[in-house]
Design a protein around this ligand. Sequence first.
Ligand code: SAM
Length: 218
Amino acid sequence: MTTLTGTPLAPLLARLFKEADAATSPAIARYSREERTRLIHSKTEYRQFYGSLKDLWLAVSPETGTLLYMLARSSGARIIVEFGTSFGISTLYLAAALRDNGGGRLITTEFEPSKVVRAKSNLTEGGLIDLVEIREGDALETLSKDLPDRIDLLLLDGAKALYPEILSLVESRLRPGALVIADNADFSPEYLERVRAPAGGYMSTPFGDDVELSMRLN
Ligand SMILES: C[S@@+](CC[C@H](N)C(=O)[O-])C[C@H]1O[C@@H](n2cnc3c(N)ncnc32)[C@H](O)[C@@H]1O
């Protein structure tokens, strides 16, 4: 039995995914497809965009969650940074891996105060809050200071257009062999170009439908 497959986490995740599926937001209908695409690619209007969608969970899929757990377990991760907490679903998977690795620290960040409250409550219910520090605010600010010297795994799942900037904030702390998992990275061509560049310092490959999986080389 693992933390992920045991109680309370497995039934909690099953319930949270149901709640996530049922969540709606009147704001989403206000955006045309073109406007949504424009906002997803914007480096300046992300706050307004995600703020208008604050009732939506926008969570990783259960498959991606399981992948996160497996990658964190198999790499023996002890120090994890996450960009984009939302209601804490991906955080639960990663914190479960930390618990099963013998403990560690997960720094995650979210600018929507109501989401931070819900994420804290979900992590408490999952018995994992002791491993997690939620930094409330814009990741460009919250991840610009007080990071651990050595980071084993980075999950990018906030505003897609900021993936290159967030990587730059964390990059010098990534240990050789550290994993960087970027969800829906197709929305950030600039990020993909950077991690796939032959001399960019990463080995990188698309994985499944949604994920770009990269490994820091040195
Ligand atoms: C795709 S959702 C994250 C889903 C979460 N990882 C999960 O699997 O449950 C993206 C979240 O990032 C937050 N976000 C976007 N840009 C941000 C930023 N610059 N700083 C902090 N949070 C941000 C949004 O409010 C949203 O809740």
